[in-house]
Design a protein around this ligand. Structure first.
Ligand SMILES: NC(=O)c1ccc[n+]([C@@H]2O[C@H](COP(=O)([O-])OP(=O)(O)OC[C@H]3O[C@@H](n4cnc5c(N)ncnc54)[C@H](O)[C@@H]3O)[C@@H](O)[C@H]2O)c1
Ligand SMILES: [Zn+2]
Length: 364
């Protein structure tokens, strides 16, 4: 069992990672909430079907009165309407200010459950139990919550740190192949940002990881969460340092938006974004060619990515419209070496364009 502390104000919390942890979730929750009575598990039908019983039995065993509250599947239901419907369900199930909300699912469920908990009766406690790679290595830690608007993703949200994060790598065994791989790119991202050993392990053990060997999965989740915990602890509200977590996301987001969020999974777009950032870093001599190639090669070795066919000029235009650009300046997080990245904001447009063209070539 690995316990990682996320040091945020006013109350630090732990992420606990262990294979089979789900069956002990009830007891773990008791440690944090000795007198808690009711908990409300926000989830989607598929997760409830596959893992709901294990969780329900564990909660009942620790004398929790647990209610499952279901939301519909999919990113398009990460919405205010879903939050409202869930809040109505909570009131009907008798949730009061002492209710504990549990987000039991992927990043969509985690973001919705976290947002719901932050506004329900002006804020109740939330515990995250992530069930996808993306959610286990990234979304469940850090306290960012949110829902989408028609105008864009994550435009409404809050910071609401969980009281506890319980991560059971075993639940990844039922994840569809593409979803599984998509999350691995976020772990690889953590390696490039600040953990050369994690990167090397993903470079040399790609096959074992793709076969979902438990020890490998646990290792990469633990190392990714450690990195996220360190960054979040130092910069809870994403003013500066936390921006490094956006490595691969600048161009990744542009690729997603230019394909209406229907073509790439988020992690896949980030994977191409990391490749592009490496090409850019090498072109402006932030890093050497060998490092850039290592990042590209390791990314591509984690499986076939959907081809990049969008017009590169459109991608550049989308970059300039991104909500994270400040005063029209596009910020790139670029690698210097494996384990070190840097924010760069004066990359010539021609170089960005060339890097995106390079993605088209690489995906042929
Ligand atoms: N808050 C943050 O810091 C943060 C960080 C990264 C991503 N996110 C958000 O996370 C979302 C993406 O999360 P995601 O990639 O986990 O997608 P997701 O939540 O849509 O899950 C992917 C799919 O896998 C299914 N699933 C989940 N667990 C399963 C399991 N164990 N077995 C079988 N199927 C399972 C889900 O029902 C869904 O169909 C995006 O909305 C993104 O904005 C948030
Ligand atoms: Zn991401």
């Amino acid at each position: 069992m690995t316990r990682i502390t996320i040091s945020v104000q006013p109350r630090p919390y732990e992420a606990v990672i262990e294979s089979g942890l789900l069956a002990r979730a009830g007891d773990c929750l008791r440690e944090i909430f000795p007198d808690g009575k009711h908990c409300f598990v926000v989830t989607v039908p598929v997760v409830r079907r596959k893992w709901g019983r294990v969780l329900a039995e564990s909660l009942a065993g620790a004398e929790w009165n647990a209610h499952f509250v279901l939301m519909p599947e999919g990113e398009r239901h990460k919405s205010m309407a879903t939050v409202e419907a869930l809040a109505e369900k909570l009131t009907r199930a008798g949730a009061d200010r002492n209710a504990v909300v549990i987000g039991f699912g992927g990043g969509v469920v985690g973001d919705v459950a976290g947002f719901l908990a932050s506004v329900y009766m002006r804020g109740v406690d939330v515990v995250q139990m992530p069930t996808t790679v993306v959610a286990q290595v990234d979304a469940s830690v850090g306290g960012k919550t949110g829902v989408n608007l028609k105008a864009g993703k994550n435009l409404v949200g809050t910071f609401h740190q969980p009281r506890l994060v319980l991560i059971d790598p075993q639940v990844l065994s039922t994840l569809p192949e593409r979803e599984f791989r998509s999350g691995l790119y976020e772990a690889l991202k953590c390696g490039v940002i600040g953990n050369p050993e994690l990167f090397s392990r993903m470079e040399t053990k790609a096959q074992k990881i793709l076969e979902r060997e438990p020890a490998e999965l646990e290792y990469l989740i633990v190392e990714s969460v450690k990195l996220k915990a360190a960054v979040v602890s130092a910069d809870e509200r994403e003013s500066g340092l936390r921006r490094v977590l956006n490595f691969g996301h600048t161009i990744g987001h542009a690729l997603e938006s230019q394909t209406d969020y229907r073509y790439f999974l988020h992690g896949e777009a980030v994977a191409w974004g990391m490749v592009a950032a490496s090409v850019i870093a090498s072109a402006i001599k932030k890093t050497d060619r060998r490092t850039a190639q290592r990042i590209s090669r390791t990314t591509v070795a984690l499986g076939t990515l959907p081809r990049v066919t969008v017009n590169p000029k459109k991608v550049v235009r989308a970059l300039q419209a991104d909500k994270k650009t400040r005063n029209g300046v596009v910020h790139f997080i670029l690698p210097r070496e494996i384990g070190k990245v840097e924010v760069v904001n004066n990359v010539p447009e021609a170089i960005v364009l060339e890097a995106i063209k390079q993605l088209q070539v690489l995906s042929r």
